[in-house]
Design a protein around this ligand. Sequence first.
Ligand SMILES: Cc1ncc(COP(=O)(O)O)c(C=O)c1O
Length: 384
Amino acid sequence: MKKKVYLDYAATTPVEPQVFAAMEPFLKEKFGNPSSIHSWGQEARAAIDQSREQVANFLNCQPQEIIFTSCATESNNLALKGVIEAQKCHIIVSSIEHHGVLDTAKHLERTGAVEVTWLPVDKYGLVDPEDVKKAIKDNTALVSVGYINNEVGTIEPIAEIGKLLKSINNRVLFHTDAVQAIQFLDCDVQKLGVDLLSLSAHKFYGPKGVGVLYIRKGTPIIRQQDGGGQEHRMRAGTENVAGIVGLGAAIQSFAYAQDKLPAERVKKLRDKLIDGILAISGVQLTGHPEKRAPHIASFVVDGAEGEAMLLGLNREGIAASSGSACTTPLSKPSHVLIAMGISQELTHGSLRFSLGKQTTEQDIDYVLEKLPPIIERLREIAPK
Ligand SMILES: Cc1ncc(COP(=O)(O)O)c(C=O)c1O
């Protein structure tokens, strides 16, 4: 059988067996609507409450501060639109955010609801807290900076920005998209000093279709989905009970494995992959060389088109990405790479590998064997 190597864990992860086992009864016999009074409903409600507690314990906050959503994109939309609707104002957003934040802020800007200051980044994709400080105005209501950039893996100084904002005043809210960080970095919301934090279960071995928005108590925010009173009146609609149970189980499984986190193992494999790929001429690492996610290895390759490399890799049974899974069909140059000062031409050669729990050293060796001839072939046939 042909070898298959999955190196796109930043796009999505498989549901772990214990997570699936926790979810299964809620897709079968325990199918009650959590809003129902009867015992089926009570059973579903208790399961959601337990999951909410598991997430709250992990983030070091109160269960009432956790809102379950359908995904991180919805959490990001709710965070930005909800805060803006509560107070017309100015917001500050990093220019390399995931589209869930970026496009939401652009939409608010277009409709005239808000003035946006787009924070620059350096050549590694790092936000400078001093730039945040300089951008603050009297009517600034919110700052949004992602914890780990999903395309290039750069880790942003979230705790530092949180501290700085609190030292300026207590009025400016701070949101972080922690989707890529939750497995590897400290997401204690008190230590980070964030008021809003977004997560998506399928990025940490939970199911698709369920996310979280942490909302610090007292945060002025208006719900964006009207209807029933679910999720502390913050998000109407019958809850995805099995998904929420799966999310709780997934967070629980790595919460209790804190000191055994695969970070070091993954990092070692990532570095082997980076060193091997950088040995190919005309390849450049993107993102910060040290302040980077343990699971993300990202590059720009001169003279080879990203999509063509992905197809070549796929023919060898290797799954990778050219950046964000969500932007792939758009084939537009990455706003992240452009903000980092990478030329438009080079952005077309972007390539991202993201590693996970199941990645082995043999997988890395296999990629290092297959990738160089793919690049060589593409360079040969590229128009001069
Ligand atoms: C940093 C980041 N934020 C948000 C998302 C969106 O997650 P979802 O598609 O589950 O809404 C992703 C997915 O790639 C991501 O990497």
